[in-house]
Ligand binder design. Structure first.
Ligand code: HEC
Ligand code: HEC
Ligand code: HEC
Ligand code: HEC
Length: 217
């Protein structure tokens, strides 16, 4: 069992080690922000070799997904207005930390591999630093079908293929029991493993490049 674990973690490591380490998602003992005083592993807070989706190593968020406030406005399309989260939403992976008290960052880890997963926040700001997703009501909509929104607003949104939204992943949610194959989630805009474009953005948003990948303005 030990060999399997080590081998799988090595295989995984090739994909992301270089970039997660040292980022705000490095919660290991060498992390500089919120981190564990003792746990040497970086990936373990999110992945385990024996997990399910993306080898996920976290218990679900303790917050009822339906209670998480998403952006709402009268001008949204039917798809945008229908944006919601449920227990199977991919974005709930993020919300098992973002939306939880500090103690649950380590506390919701399923397979600890024998490590003490407790974490500390040297600045003591986890609850107030803006990382709690439902703290503000102006969060971008997620958990809806981009293709459906596009069909309703073809002159306002970029087409699915090509060099704009085509560069950002929309997620196939059929494995989660939905019929949507182009679901907009946290990871459409964010890339958890790569802090090159802060804060973990897929596209540098200095000149609103991220927003303009989808919105025609
Ligand atoms: C803070 C949480 C977090 C940490 C830490 C983390 N990952 Fe991930 N990882 C994710 C999420 C979430 C996904 C699902 C893909 C997505 O949503 O972008 C994922 C997906 C993956 C995948 C599947 C391919 C992909 O990109 O979808 C691999 C491989 C991977 N991670 C490797 C690693 C390795 C190796 C480490 C440690 C060096 C690591 N991850 C650390 C959250 C994390
Ligand atoms: C294991 C817990 C955990 C998971 C899971 C997790 N995060 Fe984080 N995330 C953190 C911590 C801790 C920080 C640092 C917060 C701070 O320093 O105030 C952070 C910071 C961030 C930041 C801010 C980075 C910055 O430079 O300010 C973003 C953006 C982010 N996470 C997005 C995501 C997304 C998107 C997902 C899901 C795909 C995710 N996170 C999953 C723990 C997590
Ligand atoms: C439409 C793109 C988009 C989506 C979808 C999105 N984010 Fe973000 N997120 C951003 C941008 C852009 C910023 C930087 C905001 C700024 O600097 O004002 C950001 C900032 C953050 C931060 C840093 C703290 C803060 O509040 O500024 C965290 C944490 C975060 N996002 C988590 C998430 C999580 C969790 C999800 C899904 C539930 C998500 N984001 C969905 C674009 C997005
Ligand atoms: C992956 C594509 C994508 C990205 C990237 C993206 N958006 Fe959106 N955004 C959408 C879609 C789709 C809708 C829903 C449109 C609808 O339903 O009418 C939306 C809705 C909105 C709305 C609500 C409009 C209304 O009618 O109330 C605002 C505001 C918004 N986005 C701003 C932003 C900003 C700012 C950024 C960059 C930080 C951004 N978006 C990045 C796809 C995206």
């Amino acid at each position: 069992m030990k060999t399997t674990t080590a081998t799988l973690l090595l295989l995984l490591a090739g994909a992301a080690q270089a970039t997660v380490a040292g980022s705000k998602h490095d919660l290991s003992a060498t992390g500089t922000g919120i981190h564990s005083p003792t746990t040497p592993q970086v990936c373990l807070f999110c992945h385990t070799p024996h997990g399910g989706l993306s080898l996920w190593n976290r218990a679900p968020s303790t917050t009822a997904p339906e209670s998480i406030r998403l952006y709402a406005s009268p001008s949204l399309s039917a798809a945008g207005s229908a944006a919601r989260l449920d227990g199977k939403s991919r974005s709930m992976l993020c919300l098992s930390c973002h939306g939880e008290p500090l103690a649950n960052i380590g506390g919701l880890v399923l397979n600890t591999l024998g490590n003490d997963m407790a974490v500390v926040d040297p600045r003591g700001t986890w609850t107030t630093s803006g990382v709690l997703w439902d703290r503000v009501a102006v969060n971008h909509p997620i958990g809806f079908d981009y293709a459906q929104a596009l069909a309703a607003k073809p002159t306002r949104l970029e087409p699915l293929s090509g060099t704009n939204v085509g560069l950002l992943p929309l997620f196939n949610a059929t494995a989660q029991g939905s019929t949507v194959t182009t679901s907009m989630e946290c990871s459409t805009c964010h890339t958890v493993h790569d802090a090159t474009n802060s804060p973990f953005l897929r596209v540098d948003n200095a000149s609103n490049g991220l927003c303009l990948a989808c919105h025609i303005r």
